[in-house]
Design a protein around this ligand. Structure first.
Ligand code: TXA
Ligand code: MG
Length: 350
């Protein structure tokens, strides 16, 4: 299959391009498109055959359900059988935007989308390209991240092209994704909301609207026989480059010293060593391939760059990557959740 790659303006996209993409979706094809979190891989969310193609293109396990995206609020009601009180509050506060809600599903949603669950995850993105495309398609659009399963989510059209070229019909390039980490997922299907995946809409922001919520323990602990994530996709080793990622935590000086020592040791063994540094520390490392993920004073820069930098370490052929760690409050929770997964919770504490 030849994958068509088309550039559009992120704020005022060419509607002719989006009409062509909407036709592909309605006819059962696959289109990757930008959202404010990461690029999504779209298919007709009510067409089981079209959704199967998503699993094939991504190499995604079939028990990992898809998110349905909608282009306006009216799109919500036909695909759920209940909008809970907490869901209404969250919708008012944060939609359209980077938060996905899990709700009881309507019968029209195929099992291929939900992996057989009786709930469905729904997102109303704010990105102009995503919204217009979904509206023009006139259907709920299933849209997982547009990466090969297990790889870091794509924050650029070039990442999608690298993973999926020749496997999908079209890629719409709307420039870099603003947030760079996938949406927050909140299960509001029952009385007490449960945070399943941290994202740009933080726990603190959610609690400001609905009061105290629960957090799925798999958000901050390594999945095991006792800790099974409620979001099936969170159980897979995810977001990970080919290199082994090792997180180094401790005081600033200890971390720098330890990373310099480990780098020297590994270089002697003939390994290619990457270091994920910050603006604050980039000049403190002596050897290895040093990439700056962002500025500690502006955590949003770290979220926006994390997946791009993890992919870059693959590109430059790093065997091992040492990374600093970050504060876990606010948006730091999402950053550390993805980093912990990339590293399979592999830590050096010093
Ligand atoms: O920001 C995002 O949400 C991006 C953009 C493209 O929309 N999409 C995304 O989709 O991250 P994906 O498929 O990579 O992640 C969706 C997660 C998976 O971990 C999946 O298991 C979980 O949502 N999920 C889907 N349906 C669910 C359900 N009914 N209950 C619990 N978790 C669900
Ligand atoms: Mg994904």
């Amino acid at each position: 299959m030849i994958t068509k790659l088309v550039k559009v303006d992120a704020e005022r996209p060419d509607l002719n391009v989006l009409r062509e993409a909407a036709d592909i979706l309605r006819n059962g094809g696959l289109v990757a498109f930008p959202t404010e979190t990461v690029y999504g891989l779209g298919a007709n969310g009510l067409d089981a055959e079209a959704c199967k193609k998503i699993y094939e293109a991504k190499g995604r396990p079939s028990d990992n359900p898809l998110i349905l995206t909608i282009g306006d609020l009216n799109g919500l009601y036909p695909i759920v059988n209940k909008v809970t009180e907490n869901a209404e509050k969250i919708i008012k506060a944060f939609w359209p935007g980077p938060i996905t809600l899990v709700l009881p599903k309507a019968d029209c949603v195929p099992d291929t989308v939900t992996g057989g669950l009786d709930t469905v995850a729904i997102r109303f993105p704010s990105h102009a390209v995503a919204r217009e495309l979904i509206k023009l398609a006139g259907i709920p659009v299933a849209a997982p991240s547009a990466n090969s399963s297990g790889k870091p989510s794509p924050t650029r059209a070039s990442h999608v092209e690298f993973d999926l070229n020749g496997k999908i019909d079209m890629i719409i390039d709307g420039g870099p994704a603003e947030w760079g980490l996938e949406s927050t997922i909140l299960d509001v299907s029952e009385d007490k909301p449960v945070l399943l995946r941290p994202g740009a809409v933080t726990k603190e922001m959610i609690e400001g609207v609905v009061g105290e919520i629960d957090v799925d323990p798999a958000v901050y602990m390594k999945p095991s026989a006792d800790i099974v994530p409620k979001a099936p996709g969170m159980k897979y080793k995810h977001y990970s480059p080919s290199a082994s990622v090792i997180l180094v935590s401790g005081s600033r000086d200890n971390v720098i010293k330890k990373i310099n020592e480990k780098t020297e040791e590994d270089l002697k063994k003939g390994l290619s060593v990457g270091i994920m540094a910050t603006e604050q520390t980039k000049d403190c490392y002596k050897a290895g391939k040093i990439l700056v993920v962002g500025d500690r004073e502006k955590p949003e820069t770290i979220g926006a760059n994390l997946f791009k930098i993890l992919r870059k370490f693959d590109y430059i052929g790093a065997d091992v990557v040492y990374s600093e760690v970050f504060d876990e409050d606010g948006e730091g929770a999402a950053i550390m959740n993805r980093l912990n997964k990339a590293a399979a919770f592999n830590y050096i504490r010093c």
